[in-house]
Design a protein around this ligand. Structure first.
Ligand SMILES: Cc1cc2nc3c(=O)[nH]c(=O)nc-3n(C[C@H](O)[C@H](O)[C@H](O)COP(=O)(O)OP(=O)(O)OC[C@H]3O[C@@H](n4cnc5c(N)ncnc54)[C@H](O)[C@@H]3O)c2cc1C
Length: 435
């Protein structure tokens, strides 16, 4: 049930300044990057502190009117899209950031833009290795709510690995704080984890404390042209090299055509980083002997290739690509890519992604064959024990995966139980995950 005059009630309770209902605001803040769901929010609210968020959630419970937390709106699955008159609660004004010098940590309100947090760390001569093309707009709260990973996962893990603590307003309106800054802690299950990837359904993240890392002294970047994916895993990602490899980003020949180039079946950008130049030199010598074209890039060239890699999803979005965010076990990656090549006779499936962790984004650019490709690629993923969402979440767009991937049904049941017990009025993102 929803109230029809919700904007009026909100304005009465929270004041005109924090509530926006004009068309341009509703359009801009009503949806994320995914354009396939029409935005129809009832109002956009800009809370300025935790108390505002608590009051908004109490308001939503009182009126049984759903709300959608919203960060930088770079999500790819309609998680932050309000298509059913929901109130959008934006974290835009929650943008304070603080340095904790004793522990080299950053305390961020959840609306801090990811790149701002990274730059803040760099100013302190430290780094926050959250790395993907959306970080100039995404927020730290949104990164955790989507369990975001990206290019540096192979070395530094996903965004959640850097968390030392979070504050969350629960669907009951209660503010809680959870820590994860001890090496050992067996006080029951590690419940901080339920908020990672929860996509706004279990609570509104208001504050995040992040650990920063020391910056590696030496970084080298290489570009490889290759035909056989096993080359990367057998010859490059060997135990000896693995510790200094900080990214293995790859793209196929279809993606190369986006830049009017077609060099080889696959290209990979590999970043090596270490405090020891000797370690890097050893690794480079090792790679020089693997029997394929390798170019060592200078800083300017490396930046150009990184920019190119980051432009791939943007160019594909311009082509209205349907994005599948698949992860398969490394041992099955070769078969996965080979089978896609076999089914894609006309160059309509563009593959790129994070080779070191088996996460390949398969982008279908074909209105006519979309259904066929999606079905076949998902069947292939099931047969290879893969996941239909490695790092982009489910949102509203990909709820069908629960039936396409039957081995996730126990997880869905547990998620439903959790949702019912934590959010009995179903007020937080009711259309995400569930029908
Ligand atoms: C060009 C491009 C490239 C990308 N590449 C990658 C990649 O390589 N790896 C990767 O992991 N992801 C990638 N993404 C997707 C990425 O997961 C999200 O863009 C990002 O993490 C979402 O952050 P956001 O602040 O924009 O969240 P939004 O899009 O605003 O929201 C995402 C979800 O989180 C919820 N949410 C937002 N803020 C909060 C909060 N404070 N508390 C609770 N819930 C909240 C929303 O309700 C929604 O369900 C890419 C996106 C783009 C546009």
């Amino acid at each position: 049930m929803m109230v029809s005059n919700v904007a009026e009630l909100l304005t009465k309770e929270f004041g005109k300044k924090k509530i926006k209902t004009s068309k341009d605001y509703l359009e801009k803040y009503g949806r994320d990057w995914y354009k396939g769901i029409e935005a129809k929010p009832s109002a956009i609210v800009f809370p300025e502190n935790e108390k505002d968020i608590q009051n908004l959630i109490l308001f939503a419970n009182k009126h049984k009117h759903p709300i959608v937390p919203s960060g930088g709106r770079t999500g790819l699955n309609g998680g932050a899209t309000a298509a059913n008159n929901e109130i959008v609660v934006s974290s835009e004004k929650l943008n304070k950031i603080e340095w904790i010098s004793d522990t080299n940590q950053i305390k961020c309100q959840s609306g801090v833009i990811t790149d701002n947090a990274k730059e803040f760390a760099l100013e302190k001569n430290r780094m926050l290795p959250i790395s993907f093309s959306g970080t100039s707009s995404s927020t730290i709260g949104g990164n955790l709510a989507t369990n975001a990973a990206g290019a540096k996962f192979i070395r530094y893990g996903s965004a959640k690995e850097h968390v030392a603590g979070i504050k969350v307003v629960l669907p009951s309106g209660e503010l809680i704080e959870l820590r994860r800054d001890l090496l050992k802690d067996a006080t029951g299950p590690n419940l901080i984890e339920i908020f990672y990837g929860s996509e706004g359904t279990l609570g509104f993240i208001t504050e995040v404390t992040l650990n920063t890392l020391s910056k590696p002294i030496h970084i080298e970047t290489i570009l490889i042209d290759f035909c056989d994916i096993n080359l990367i895993h057998e010859k490059i990602l060997k135990k000896k090299n693995r510790d200094i490899i900080s990214a293995v980003e790859f793209w196929d020949s279809n993606c190369q055509r986006l830049f009017d180039e077609e060099q080889s079946n696959y290209q990979a950008l590999i970043e090596l980083s270490s405090d020891s130049q000797e370690e890097i030199t050893d690794c480079l010598e090792d790679l020089a002997n693997i029997g394929t074209d390798i170019s060592l890039l200078n800083t300017k060239q490396a930046n150009e290739i990184w920019n190119k890699r980051e432009e791939i999803p943007v160019k594909l979005a311009d082509l209205d690509a349907y994005k599948l965010d698949i992860c398969v076990p490394i041992k099955n990656l070769k078969k996965y890519l080979q089978e896609i090549r076999k089914m894609d006779k006309n160059g309509e499936v563009y593959c790129f992604g994070h080779l070191g962790d088996g996460n390949v984004h398969a982008n279908i650019v074909s209105e006519k064959n979309l259904g066929m490709f999606r079905k076949k690629i998902y069947e292939l993923t099931v047969s290879l024990d893969g996941s239909p969402s490695a790092e982009h979440g489910i949102g509203q767009r990909k709820k069908y995966i629960w039936s396409d991937f039957p081995h996730y049904s126990d997880k869905l049941k547990l998620l439903e139980t959790l949702k019912k017990s934590m959010d009995p009025n179903n007020i937080l993102c009711p259309k995400v995950f569930f029908n």
